[in-house]
Design a protein around this ligand. Structure first.
Ligand SMILES: *[C@@H]1O[C@H](CO)[C@@H](O)[C@H](O)[C@H]1NC(C)=O
Ligand SMILES: *[C@@H]1O[C@H](CO)[C@@H](O)[C@H](O)[C@H]1NC(C)=O
Ligand SMILES: *[C@@H]1O[C@H](CO)[C@@H](O)[C@H](O)[C@H]1NC(C)=O
Ligand SMILES: *[C@@H]1O[C@H](CO)[C@@H](O)[C@H](O)[C@H]1NC(C)=O
Length: 449
């Protein structure tokens, strides 16, 4: 009896040990890219942080675009990934993607992809398929905290990408140029590769802006309206201007955000609020959020929390959402309308353009005057001797926000290139080639030029 009992005990013990060995040899969190110690404590170290979640197809393309951008190998890479409900599927997928890129690059003896790669997970209890604003905010701040707290203690500024962006080849030239401007102008604390002045609505509601945005200029020609080597200094004024798709943040703001988020997170924990986050005005929120944006979005929070501070904006967009497989705003058609600038500019060739000091955003102005405004699909022909209206050409027009506000041919062509068409279509009224083409909508008001 005693022997049987002992045998069973030993067998159970063995079983327990075996189970634990199997368990520990397939840990839930792979530690392949998990650096735990200081990697570089110099203050000119260059680091990229990517906020990731579940859009792994987009992430793969995003990484390709970063790798093919010039100078990317001078950077350390940190990936912060929100892991919801303990489901590590996408976390593991991300490491597979990383390993694949490293393998593809293994023939390149001179150049490693990045100086180092670190991948961390941040806990989320969001059951929504694409998470919520609080956990996205948390993922960002935890990523920053880990980056400066553990890996790069003397880091002076950090470049941050979302997982679903494509960037221009010269994006790091832009960031280098911005950094050197920030060294001498201490009022500038951020830089962004895309900015847009577009709404006065207190909550970020992209649905509200869609009708106008959809009609704004967005094609290859439209880029010619922008100036690739021009930077603008812009004051954060609480409108939606500052795109957090691909941006740079100063260390002092990182430290402040970490402190702020501590307060926000404590409130959430104390109030047992993780499952109750409601991203609407006048719902329960920590004081700090109510006083700034009455929302949980980190981008809105940044704009209002740091109102009055300045950022450098790239006038030509150097980033965009990956056009396929995205979610929500990820469709280029719903985006701010311009393709990524691919005219390569070196860091020492940028020049400062106009400075914007918190004027009302263009979309805000337009909407006040014309709430349902959309550019019509027409160009009008007038006899420019008699001023007679001769007829209309069917041409789709888009709002040019970079000149005096007017609807211009979406093709980006000058309106006057349609003069011959007017004269051809309305020859009798135009009286031997005296017609000129006119934009259907024009208002003269302060604009970006
Ligand atoms: C990429 O950077 C290197 C090193 O500064 C430079 O020599 C090269 O011209 C850059 N590429 C382009 C397309 O300008
Ligand atoms: C939220 O509350 C403020 C102050 O009570 C009020 O002015 C505002 O209209 C409310 N907003 C909404 C969307 O209910
Ligand atoms: C345009 O109008 C002027 C003045 O009426 C007229 O003399 C001329 O013949 C018209 N056509 C062209 C091609 O100038
Ligand atoms: C009238 O329009 C034609 C183009 O059709 C242009 O060549 C001409 O200069 C214009 N004349 C005036 C007086 O604006």
């Amino acid at each position: 009896m005693n022997i049987i009992f002992k045998t069973i005990t030993v067998l159970l013990l063995l079983l327990f040990i075996i189970i634990n060995i199997v368990k520990s040899s397939s840990p839930q969190t792979p530690t392949l890219f998990k650096n735990e110690e200081i990697i570089d404590n110099s203050n000119d170290v260059k680091v990229i942080l990517i906020m990731t979640f579940k859009r792994m197809n987009d992430f793969s393309k995003c990484l390709d675009s970063i790798i093919s951008a010039n100078h990317s190998s001078e950077y350390h890479l940190v990936l912060t990934q929100s892991v919801s409900m303990n489901d590590y599927k996408d976390y593991n997928l991300l490491e597979e993607i990383l390993n694949e890129k490293i393998k593809q690059n293994s023939n390149n003896k001179e150049k490693k992809l990045f100086k180092s790669i670190t991948h961390i997970d941040t806990e989320s209890s969001s059951k929504q398929p694409y998470g919520n604003a609080y956990f996205a905010f948390k993922n960002l701040v935890y990523g920053m905290k880990y980056t400066v707290g553990k890996l790069f203690p003397n880091l002076q500024s950090l470049i941050i990408f979302e997982e679903d962006v494509e960037i221009s080849k010269d994006v790091f030239e832009f960031f280098e140029s911005s950094k050197s401007i920030m060294k001498t102008d201490k009022s500038i604390k951020f830089a962004t590769t895309a900015f847009f002045l577009h709404t006065t609505h207190p909550q970020y509601n992209w649905l509200l802006d869609k009708p106008i945005k959809r009609k704004s200029i967005r094609n290859e020609n439209s880029l010619s309206l922008l100036i690739p080597n021009q930077l603008n200094k812009v004051t954060l004024n609480g409108e939606i201007e500052f795109k957090v798709l691909s941006w740079l943040i100063d260390r002092s703001i990182i430290d402040q955000l970490i402190l702020d988020f501590n307060i926000i997170e404590n409130w959430v924990i104390e109030n047992n609020f993780e499952d109750k986050i409601e991203n609407k005005p006048n719902t329960s929120k920590p004081e700090l959020l109510i006083n700034n944006c009455d929302c949980w979005n980190h981008d809105r929070y940044l704009e209002l929390r740091f109102k009055g501070l300045k950022f450098i904006g790239s006038q030509s967009p150097r980033c965009n959402h990956i056009p396929v497989g995205g979610f929500g705003l990820s469709s280029v058609l719903d985006d701010y309308g311009f393709p990524v600038n691919q005219q390569y500019i070196k860091s020492d060739s940028f020049v400062m353009g106009t400075e914007f000091n918190g004027e009302k955003g263009i979309w805000g102005i337009v909407k006040e005057f014309l709430p349902k405004f959309e550019c019509p699909s027409k160009i009008n022909c007038y006899n420019n001797v008699t001023n007679q209206y001769c007829g209309t050409l069917k041409v789709s027009t888009c709002l040019n926000v970079w000149g005096p506000l007017q609807c211009v041919p979406c093709s980006g062509r000058q309106t006057s290139t349609l003069d011959p068409q007017c004269n051809l279509d309305f020859s009798s009224c135009c009286d031997k080639d005296n017609c000129s083409a006119h934009n259907p909508f024009f208002i003269s008001m302060p604009s970006l030029h």
